[in-house]
Design a protein around this ligand. Sequence first.
Ligand code: GDP
Length: 301
Amino acid sequence: SKFRQGLTKTSQSFVGKVEALVTGRRKIDEEFYEELEEILIEADVGVMTVMELVDELRSDVKERKIENPTELRPLLSEKLVALLEDKGEKADLNVNAEGLTVLMFVGVNGVGKTTTIGKMAHKFKSEGKRVLLAAGDTFRAGAIEQLEVWGERVGVDVVRHQAGSDPAAVVFDAIQAAKSREVDVLLCDTAGRLQNKVNLMKELNKIYRVVQREVPGAPHEVLLVLDATTGQNALNQAKTFKEAAGVTGIVLTKLDGTAKGGIVIAIRHELDLPVKMVGLGEKVDDLQPFDAEEFVYALFD
Ligand code: GDP
């Protein structure tokens, strides 16, 4: 599957190391655990998560009286799935069956925000929905034009103002257009400059309030787009945005470009935010819903 293909780099590196560990050692001792910790940390699972995970493994090993290292392989995948699965909440995108749905996209420049919006527009359109885009990144040079290129590519209109104008006004206009054209899904791009964090967060907040005021129940999602290849940096960005921008879920891009897909686990566990979609390439259909079991199976095959 696409999912599996996109994870080749991670699974090759991770599986190889785990395999070498469980087959190369005769017993489960301190050294074994240390090596396992190292493998997980190298895969960007995150130190805190690794510590908890290995502690749980330790007590399971004791309880179940496991002696053979190879028996730890299925136990590890079981633990990883448990870490990733949502704690009762839905990982699906929150999209209205009827009426206008507004999704906001936030994140730092270069993470793949525009590309994700383009792919998402395509996904909704192919489900038969009417889609509109709002060019809310009025700050970065070329951002509006880039969104228009995606709009043309997937056959979806873009509401835009001039570069440098007020993004909340763009989004306001886009909402009015969406209402009058009976659009199903409005996807709002936003700026991603982090140099001036306070202003950026104020700007996002202003857009948020406009959306909230104009459409009951909206925004239906605030999706934080993160670049998987930036590893622990992505985790730090997530902490910043989570507090300030009301993020409801993560889109993790460029998972195909990293051997460190373990970042998914760190995000889920350390931030308590669901990973909703993953980017597995640059093409229009390279965006897939995230599935914890599929992810872990892909890692272990
Ligand atoms: P933005 O600044 O956040 O809007 O980022 P862009 O959407 O312009 O993306 C930056 C670069 O990342 C572009 O070259 C995209 O083609 C690339 N990109 C985005 N998503 C993915 C992905 O899932 N996989 C890969 N390999 N490249 C991606």
